[in-house]
Design a protein around this ligand. Structure first.
Ligand code: ATP
Ligand code: MG
Length: 416
């Protein structure tokens, strides 16, 4: 029986010159992890592709779907691997075209990466094309923009034949862009923001501020569910949870109502910056989009940003809510984020928050409480949980004054 395998295409990595092998190796590692539930025999680089072979030599669409979610993957094809025998690759082409679904026009695209194969690609086009015309007499060959292209590619003594491809998420392999700390609420935006920087190769470390002990820990469970939903992409290595309720109360008692949110945020940013230092992360990431809510005006963004020196990335700054919601639905975080849970954002909220904070007033309010002691205390009380689906995550080596999560272990707790 002819073997069926997954051919992984990765455009963008191909452009990276000398870094290419680093990128390819990371992608191979990430694919191994993403495919852990499948019986994988081998994953290797061959001539501009990554080839994924399953133990039973019959790769499935489910495997291809799992591969498509891994950052760095531009496209995935279920392909047949044949020898150099004409009869064999013609039969595979017929089979591949039959499996390609509804179509009325097609063409053949033959390529040779090994010039030792004596048949020229133009001749291969004719050979395979004739076989297909015979097998599909009611279909039309069309050279420009056909419904399906049957690719027949000779590589190192084998021929790969495929007709249908599915798009991957694109981007770059997680682990090729360094670490970031992402501010994760259980809302719609920040999970999408986390995924977006992860798709560009960053290893993500979400930090969630919960209202505990003034609220329940529901938001923490929702954040864990969100990270689990992002698991197929392998972007998250570890999640930190910061119980913030007590300190918010402290802030709310001394700071003018209208500036409370800005003070909460400044503390959140400083704690996140400290976690970033512990982790060796080089930026913090938020889910803000310009003007979406009162706190996301340029003035307020500046008032909060001023509290830290680390770069703050806002991948959604120019996105509309509808675009964000659509992406959340694709990622499977939408339904989780639709559940409301009190977190630190719903706690001690002012009736009329400031929308255009003046820096002078912000800095005056900042001096109304011992923010330094507060940040130290919060950093000392952070909790964390590790997520094994991110092979590029390496925990900090030094003494980390953080505690394992106080959340109850999940039923299907990972075994590593
Ligand atoms: P989201 O949909 O991500 O909750 P939002 O529309 O509710 O965002 P804000 O509440 O202004 O907007 O939050 C802006 C950003 O601040 C969030 O995208 C997130 O990055 C960060 N943030 C808000 N609340 C928390 C929290 N409890 N823990 C960690 N980060 C938070
Ligand atoms: Mg929110």
């Amino acid at each position: 029986m002819t073997e069926r395998l997954c051919l992984v295409h990765y455009h963008e990595i191909g452009l990276k010159g000398k870094n290419r092998s680093t990128f390819e190796n990371q992608l191979v590692t990430n694919l191994h992890r993403a495919l852990k539930a499948f019986p994988i025999a081998n994953i290797q680089r061959i001539s501009g592709y990554i080839v994924v072979e399953s133990e039973d030599r019959m790769a499935t669409p489910e495997m291809a779907h799992a591969i498509a979610k891994v950052p760095g993957v531009a496209r995935v094809s279920l392909a047949y691997k044949c020898g150099l025998d004409e009869g064999e690759y013609n039969a595979a082409a017929i089979r591949a075209l039959r499996e390609a679904g509804d179509f009325s026009t097609f063409k053949v695209h033959a390529r040779r990466s090994s010039t030792t194969y004596p048949v020229h690609s133009i001749d291969m086009n004719h050979i395979v094309g004739s076989a297909l015309c015979e097998a599909f007499p009611d279909k039309i060959v069309q050279m420009h923009d056909p419904d399906v292209t049957v690719v027949v590619h000779v590589v190192q003594g084998s021929t790969f034949v495929y007709a249908a491809s599915m798009p991957g998420v694109g981007g770059l392999p997680v682990g090729t862009a360094g670490k970031v700390v992402t501010l994760l609420s259980s809302g719609f935006d920040s999970p999408v923001a986390t995924w977006m920087v992860g798709r560009r190769g960053a290893t993500c470390i979400p930090v969630h501020f919960s209202g505990r002990p003034m609220t329940s820990d529901t938001s923490e469970y929702l954040c864990r569910d969100i990270v689990d939903a992002l698991a197929p992409s392998g972007v998250v290595g570890r999640m930190y949870v910061v119980p913030f309720g007590e300190y918010q109360r402290e802030i709310s008692l001394v700071v003018p109502q209208s500036l409370r949110i800005i003070m909460y945020r400044r503390v959140m940013y400083q704690v996140s910056e400290r976690i970033a230092q512990l982790e060796g992360a080089k930026a913090i990431v938020t889910g803000e989009s310009l003007g979406q809510v009162a706190s996301q005006t340029l003035d307020n963004i500046a008032a909060v940003n001023q509290a830290v020196t680390i770069p703050v990335l806002r991948p959604l700054i120019g996105s509309d809510k509808q675009e964000i919601i659509r992406r959340a639905q694709e990622l499977g975080t939408y339904d989780i984020s639709s559940q409301t849970a009190p977190d630190c954002c719903t706690l001690f909220m002012p009736r009329r928050p400031e929308t255009h904070a003046r820096m002078r007033e912000v800095l005056d309010a900042w001096e109304l409480f011992d923010h330094e002691a507060m940040v130290n205390a919060l950093v000392a009380s952070v909790e964390y949980e590790d997520f094994p689906q991110c092979p590029s995550y390496h925990a900090p080596k030094g003494p980390l004054r953080a505690h394992h999560s106080s959340l109850a272990p999940r039923d299907d707790a990972p075994t590593e």
